[in-house]
Design a protein around this ligand. Structure first.
Ligand SMILES: *Cc1c(COP(=O)(O)O)cnc(C)c1O
Length: 356
């Protein structure tokens, strides 16, 4: 039998911003989902409550040792008013993968899916309707046990919050300039690079700030051992079109985040009959391809932007301009295909969307 979700509705409703005023992650809806874990009880008391501050003991271990994980996915409103989540089961699966790596007890996948659909269903009026806008969904688990020893906590809190977000490209898709860093690294084999865990993001800030001061939007990380092979971008996986091959770094080393958008793009491109390889790509190979003209397109994949064209890569003082700094044809095709499925303007032949 599936566990019942207790619902306490908010007595007052917050004003909703206009779609044109939406940014990213600053406005939150009327409700949140919460569930507790205790060693002797397991996960218990799944509930929806009015959105508000959490009460946390200052000794809660997440605040000291960052034992926590999160995920990020979106709900979209179609022109006919229908609201759909994009690949929520895949996100739940990844969230549980992150949880296991951080010694956090995994969630029952069905209950986790229902936590998302129930909450979005209740706050469905918050899903914006303008093209490009969406409702960002942030499920999170934190270690809540008040204990300062270093070991896995015995109590946890799972919560889900929702944030209406504006169009990522209000003025159309603009290729970004990315700095390839070899002074800092994000992840190493055997580390936690494949988990969406808070510490990875705190650790990335310094390099990202340096890149921003130099006029770049993001950092492209190289492998932690040789600082030679491409890993990924800040919060996006990276793909390149080299000649008639599409390449992207493999998940096997466990150093990059297994992106759901990455998986969607790979699935589509394979169906389109393109030659797609998940393999190591050395920065030297990218430089050589740029020189001989076979570097045709570069783009990032991630829930926030879906597909983000890369117009320039800067590496050791050298500037590699891609496709004259313009959006590539395959980059655009992927963007249109995924966005079409998300907003229900293209058929969902993979069963990727879940209607709320
Ligand atoms: C979330 C994230 C991605 C993209 O994953 P999606 O599931 O496509 O959103 C890529 N890299 C990092 C480091 C991330 O945190």
């Amino acid at each position: 039998m599936s566990e019942a979700i207790r619902i306490t509705k908010a007595t007052t409703r917050k004003p909703k911003p206009r779609d044109s005023e939406l940014g990213f992650g600053t406005v939150f809806t009327d409700h949140m989902f919460v569930m507790d874990f205790q060693e002797e009880k397991g996960w218990y008391d799944p509930r929806v409550e009015p959105y508000g501050p959490l009460t946390l003991d200052p000794a809660a271990s997440v605040l000291h040792y960052a034992q926590g994980i999160f995920d990020g996915l979106k709900a979209f409103r179609a022109r006919d008013g229908k609201v759909r989540l994009f690949r929520p089961q895949k996100h739940v699966e990844r969230m549980n993968g992150s949880a296991r790596r951080m010694c956090i007890p995994p969630l029952d996948p069905d209950l986790a899916l229902r936590s998302l659909t129930t909450l979005v269903g209740l706050d469905r009026d918050w899903v914006p309707g303008t093209v490009g806008t969406s409702l960002y969904i942030r499920p999170t688990i934190i270690a809540s046990e008040p204990f300062l020893g270093v070991r896995p906590a015995k109590s946890y809190l799972y919560f889900v919050i929702l944030s209406p977000v504006g169009a990522y490209y209000p003025e159309g898709m603009n290729p970004v300039k990315i700095l390839v860093v070899d002074k800092y690294v994000r992840a190493v084999e055997g580390g936690v690079g494949a988990a969406k865990t808070p510490g990875n993001y705190a650790a990335s800030l310094y390099a990202a700030e340096e890149a921003k001061h130099q006029g770049f939007t993001q950092v492209l990380w190289l492998d932690g051992r040789e600082r030679k092979y491409l890993d990924e971008v800040g919060t996006m996986n990276i793909m390149l079109r080299l000649g008639d091959e599409v390449v992207t770094p493999p998940l096997t080393a466990g150093t990059i985040l297994p992106g759901v958008t990455r998986d969607s793009a790979l699935t589509l491109m394979r169906e389109w009959g393109l030659r797609v390889s998940e393999r190591q790509i050395a920065m030297d190979e990218v430089r050589a391809a740029a020189k001989n003209g076979s570097l045709r397109e570069v783009w990032g994949t991630g829930t926030a932007a879906v597909i983000s064209p890369v117009g320039e890569l800067a590496y050791r003082g050298e500037r590699i301009v891609i496709n004259g700094g313009k959006i590539g044809e395959l980059t655009q095709r992927l963007y249109d295909a995924i966005v079409g499925i998300q907003y229900g303007t293209a058929p969902d032949s993979h069963g990727w969307t879940v209607e709320v």
